[in-house]
Design a binder for this molecule. Structure first.
Ligand code: PGA
Length: 251
């Protein structure tokens, strides 16, 4: 990866507008190339984006029938049927609601006996598909992308990681008890993400403002994994005003 590029910023009023903008990027990509390879994200932030995509498909304005997808990550140890697994998230919010071909939707296998091998196989599947055309990302308040927590290195690939206490606390809202949150995940690495041809990151709300500011303006450093995106030539951050609030007038 080359030097430092300027991350393109699109700042809109609110979460709804940010979701519409990101859905628009995906619609454009899939209309241009129906057999696109999409990298997808989970979490609270992209939920509305997925609803908007489902509406487009139901209205007959879009088809994912030829698309291939790779999700960023999955918890270690949760069966795909577990309601808090990312397999279940994707099924209930997008794959089961629109016209995806289930043979072409992929998530890391967090239940594999050999997780290191599962990571290597995931990388091989992405390569066999020709690489990712458009990667959607959320942003952790601690700067993580996928589950690449602070300390993740630039050359990291799909592998098992330990979740930080901050991430476990942030994700506890989706589980009955904090102790139910898995402590490990299988995640694409920074190198995997940076190989996508185009990257769109969505971040909304004040809780993301500091991470946004450090990712965009700060030094490129493992302690702020999203800062590695400065090394990619085609990245757009779609932000609402709250998430952009620390960027100052230069935004
Ligand atoms: P959130 O998570 O959308 O639930 O805030 C974002 C992330 O951790 O990537």
């Amino acid at each position: 990866m080359g030097g430092i590029n300027v991350i393109e910023l699109e700042i809109v009023a609110d979460h709804e507008s940010a979701s519409a903008r990101v859905a628009g990027c995906i619609v454009e990509q899939v209309r241009r190339e129906p057999a696109s390879v999409l990298g997808l994200a989970t979490g609270g932030t992209p939920e509305r984006t997925y609803e908007l995509l489902v509406e487009k498909v139901r209205a007959g304005h879009l088809s994912f029938s030829q698309a291939t997808t790779f999700n960023l990550d999955e918890y270690v140890g949760l069966q795909p049927a577990h309601p808090q697994s990312y397999h279940a998230y994707m099924r209930s919010r997008l794959f089961g609601e629109a016209d995806f071909d289930s043979k072409r939707t992929h998530l890391p296998d967090g239940t594999a006996d050999d997780l290191a091998k599962a990571g290597e196989q995931y990388e091989a599947l992405i390569a066999d598909a020709g690489g990712i055309d458009l990667q959607l990302l959320g942003l952790g308040a601690n700067g993580h992308i996928g589950f690449n927590e602070p300390g993740a290195t630039e050359d990291s690939r799909t592998r098992v990681v330990d979740l930080t206490e901050e991430t476990i606390a942030a994700n506890a809202r989706f589980f009955e008890a904090r102790d139910d949150v898995p402590r490990r995940a299988l995640t694409m690495g920074i190198a995997t993400i940076l190989e996508a041809r185009e990257i769109v990151l969505i971040a909304t709300g004040e809780s993301k403002a500091e991470a946004v500011e450090r990712a965009v303006r700060g030094p490129v450093a493992s302690q702020m994994p999203a800062s590695f995106l400065q090394q990619h030539p085609n990245v757009t951050f779609v932000l609402d005003e709250a998430a952009a609030s620390l960027l100052g007038s230069r935004a």
